[in-house]
Ligand binder design. Structure first.
Ligand SMILES: [Zn+2]
Ligand SMILES: [Zn+2]
Length: 879
């Protein structure tokens, strides 16, 4: 076998090659083995409109690490991929396209528009999938699902109809959040609240009897056209006597009652509020309690409608202006105050949301939430970290009914049909051709589609074939882990859990591992406007996917945000280079070597040490990955590989490799092989490409490192004498420090004197002197008695010994003395200057505190340096 690793690692050549190889060899495909419990992850389906951003890169890297780890443990592993049809986002893309042609979706009509969307999806929908492949994601692409697939659509239909039949889905008038720009309903969590500087208008509503007014306060005067009552708190002494009276609604000149309701806040405004059930969620509830009519004064575009009298047709803000004018003219406007209040905005387009009453479909949440709370309380679904459990339970305990209809065309159309002849509404599993009641064929399907989350809520089981009883569903369900961001616990995680409990009677996953946000070096959110985002594809292009993956792994803890910046990427790139260079060295030395069984009794101390350390890191990486502590696992293998293996073992191995003893050479090769092979395996989940490239060059069995067996702790390597190696390393570090402190040129070898205070330590040094010679650049060593105190020598203390490095011969003592004296002189002057400054009251009292503090620190530093120089001078002058 000849080594074929170029001297510089180039990820570009390597990554594409191996991804293709894995796919061609069908290594991602999950295989059912009923004798083993599988490990399953369903991917959080990215939007078909998506482009890989740093959040995806993190989330999918973590999933791939877990999947590769479990696969190497020889567990049947399935990572099921797919994409989400993303109703609003995808329609927006196609609407943009149409707008460039001067068309709207209404110009095309539903059917033609949907054709356009499918065409768009065929053309661009695969982008994110290809980007995931670049990242190295080892998904089972043969099981790829799309939320609008035939199978998944069937699941959606089944769930809808069955919930409807159980009375858990209903259609009703309800106040919803309406986006006048997207022209659709938004669920509560799709509305983002922002603080705004607004105005509070105080308006007089005259009493019907002509004797004065009651004052109300509102931030949205245009909605007054839809007022149906004025409400006061029943406990409010100011208004008690007015309850039941009538007022005349200004402008509309409509008679409306004064009612009493506990909801009214006596402290807000005047304590009397206008009630507009058509356009305010709280008023809607009050309206229901008091059986008040609903008057809608706006249409779907946010314009005033026919119920707005002379303001019909005006934009809502235009109407506001004119209504305020009219009130002023009629002397009905008391005052306008500034007010800070939060206003709901559309999460997609930032338009101010308009609460509006309309006919919508809802899921009744209370009965569904209970089992979803219980399964988490019972610990059958566990959040990692645990603190998210409370947030989840709290949300479900206070949940409102879920509005599931959306006024879009792209999505799962609601399976309800209305008969134009007899008005019957029928919800059906099959598309309806005829009214079941009057047999009329004059039917119309509900035009709305379902909220995108309705289909993704079924993802863990619909993707496995439900409602069919498939082999996949039986074997891979429930899934093992869900890896997802905390921002979609409500949108998605909670809904998957209650859907699964209702339809599978079993939890959808055992663990929910929560990921944080990827922030910039300063901890800020990555955003377009700040321009501080890093494109993961650019990182892959420049440094390779392994580097990106390793950068995202290090420092990652479940549930916490992480920082990501180019220096971190470069650090990971250096690690990749380190792996490459070390592996090249080992491979070149292993040329022609065929691995043999390691003969334990022939191992030297350094071999026993590195094998024991290998054992240790295998245990640690395995444990931390099992606990989803991916960041810690990454740092463990990083530290082991870089410091213990590269900096120490490989350096020590050079002695044997260049020596004459064939047996020692062979044993060292065996250890190098073992440690490298196991390290590559431990690194593989984090850095799949570079590890494959190297492993393929190493003597191996099987097709790929990705299906090789995960390293196991070998009890035979748990040697009990490895702390001796630590003593040697300590001694070498000590001698190196002395050399550095004394400015000894690297080429100059040192002589050392060893004073062993423990007998066995003397033996240790005698047995391993070649290592000290080689690594500490020593060419003479002598053992001295306890009573001897060498002069002109620096010393270092290790466990059981003291080591002296005489300086004569190493450096020119006179010259060094002179140099040190000069340095001392300079430092003394500096110190004097600093002390003068600090003695000056003017400076101390008037300069900024941090400047004074800095000066103080400087003085300390000078003193410290001077005392060190004096110690050294004493040593050098000591005859
Ligand atoms: Zn919008
Ligand atoms: Zn009918």
């Amino acid at each position: 076998m000849t080594v074929n690793l170029p001297s510089v690692y180039d990820p570009k050549n390597v990554e594409e090659k191996w991804y293709k190889y894995w796919e061609e060899n069908d290594l991602f495909r999950a295989k059912i083995d009923k004798s083993k419990k599988p490990f399953t992850i369903v991917i959080p389906p990215p939007n078909v409109t998506g482009n890989l951003h740093m959040g995806h890169a993190l989330n999918n890297t973590l999933q791939d690490i877990l999947i590769r780890f479990k696969r190497m443990q020889q567990i049947p592993t399935l990572w099921l991929p797919g994409t989400d049809h993303a109703g609003i986002a995808t329609e927006a893309k196609v609407k943009e396209q149409l707008a460039q042609e001067g068309l709207s979706k209404y110009d095309l009509g539903r059917e033609k528009f949907l054709e356009r969307v499918w065409a768009w999806k065929e053309k661009y929908g695969g982008t994110i999938v290809n980007q995931l492949k670049k990242l190295g994601a080892s998904c089972d692409w043969s099981r790829f699902r799309f939320t609008l697939d035939e199978g998944l659509s069937k699941a959606v239909r089944e769930v809808f109809v069955s919930l409807y039949e159980k009375g858990l889905i209903y259609r009703g008038d309800y106040i919803i959040n309406w986006c006048p720009t997207c022209k659709t309903t938004l669920s509560d969590i799709e509305v983002e609240y922002e603080e705004h500087q607004g105005k509070l208008y105080y308006i007089k509503y005259p009493f019907k009897n002509g004797k004065g007014f009651i004052q109300i306060a509102t931030t949205r005067p245009e909605t007054m056209l839809g007022d149906v009552a004025v409400a006061v708190n029943p406990g409010d002494e100011r208004y008690k006597h007015l309850i039941g009276e009538k007022v005349i609604l200004p402008i509309m000149e409509r008679e409306i009652p004064i009612i009493a309701d506990e909801y009214v806040d006596m402290e807000f405004g005047t304590g009397a509020v206008k009630i507009t059930p058509g356009h305010d969620p709280n008023d809607f509830e009050i309206g229901l309690r008091h059986k008040l009519p609903v008057v809608k004064v706006m249409n779907e575009e946010g314009k005033m409608n026919e119920n707005a009298g002379k303001y019909a047709g005006l934009d809502r803000y235009e109407a506001r202006k004119l209504i305020v004018e009219e009130l002023k003219a009629k002397d009905l406007l008391v005052k306008i105050n500034d007010i800070n209040h939060s206003i709901g905005h559309c999460y997609r387009c930032d338009t101010v949301v308009e609460p509006m009453v309309s006919k919508q479909w809802f899921v009744k949440m209370k009965p569904l939430a209970e089992p979803a709370i219980q399964v988490v309380k019972d610990g059958k679904v566990k959040f990692v970290p645990e603190r998210f459990t409370k947030i989840y339970i709290n949300w479900l305990e206070n949940i409102h009914d879920w509005c599931i209809s959306r006024q879009l065309w792209w999505g799962h159309r609601i399976p309800a049909w209305y008969c134009r002849d007899c008005n019957e509404m029928t919800v059906s599993r099959e598309d309806l051709k005829e009214c079941p009641k009057c047999k009329s064929k004059n039917l119309e399907q509900d035009p709305d589609v379902l909220d995108t989350w309705f289909s993704s809520a079924l993802w863990p089981f619909s993707t496995l074939g439900w409602p069919e009883k498939t082999e996949d569903l039986e074997y891979f369900y429930p899934t093992s882990v869900l890896v997802t961001g905390y921002d979609i616990i409500f949108f998605w995680v909670a809904r998957m859990i209650f859907s699964a409990m209702e339809f599978m009677k079993k939890e959808p996953f055992e663990y929910v591992v929560i990921t944080g946000l990827v922030r910039d070096a300063l901890g800020r959110k990555m955003s377009k406007s700040l321009g501080n985002g890093i494109d993961p594809l650019e990182v892959i292009e420049k440094y390779g996917a392994d580097t990106l993956r390793f950068s995202l792994s290090t420092g990652n803890t479940p549930g916490n945000d992480m920082k990501f910046y180019w220096e971190k990427v470069e650090h990971s790139r250096n690690f990749a280079n380190k792996i490459w260079n070390a592996s090249r060295f080992v491979l070149m030395n292993l040329e022609g070597y065929v691995p043999e069984k390691i003969e334990i009794e022939k191992l030297s101390l350094k071999d026993r040490w590195i094998l024991a350390r290998l054992n240790n890191v295998i245990g640690e990486v395995t444990d931390f990955l099992e606990k989803f502590e991916i960041g810690i696992a990454a740092s463990k293998i990083y530290d082991f590989f870089w410091s213990e293996f590269c900096d120490w073992y490989i350096e020590m191995a050079k002695i044997d490799l260049s020596g004459e003893k064939e047996e020692a050479k062979n044993i060292t090769k065996g250890v190098l092989y073992t440690v490298l092979e196991n390290s590559l395996k431990l690194l593989h989940p984090f850095m799949p490409f570079i590890t494959e490239e190297i492993w393929q060059q190493l003597h191996h069995e099987g097709k790929s490192v990705m299906v090789s067996e995960w390293p196991k702790v070998n009890p035979a390597y748990n040697f009990d004498d490895i702390e001796k190696m630590e003593v040697l390393m300590e001694a070498i570090r000590g001698i190196r420090n002395i050399r550095a402190e004394m400015n000894v040129p690297p080429s100059k070898k040192a002589g050392i004197l060893i004073k062993a205070t423990q007998k066995d330590i003397e033996g240790l040094f005698r047995d391993n002197m070649d290592i000290i010679y080689f690594l500490a650049k020593v060419d003479k060593a002598e053992f001295i008695e306890k009573e001897v105190f060498p002069k002109k020598a620096m010393s270092t203390v290790v466990k059981g010994a003291e080591i002296y490095v005489p300086v004569e011969g190493l450096i020119d003592v006179d010259l060094e003395i002179e140099r040190l004296r000069k340095e001392r002189e300079e430092l003394r002057e500096e110190l004097e200057r600093a002390e003068r400054k600090l003695g000056n009251e003017n400076f101390v009292n008037k300069a900024p505190r941090e400047v004074v503090e800095k000066e103080r620190l400087k003085a300390e530093e000078y003193k410290d340096k001077i005392s060190k120089i004096e110690k050294r001078l004493l040593l050098l002058q000591n005859e």
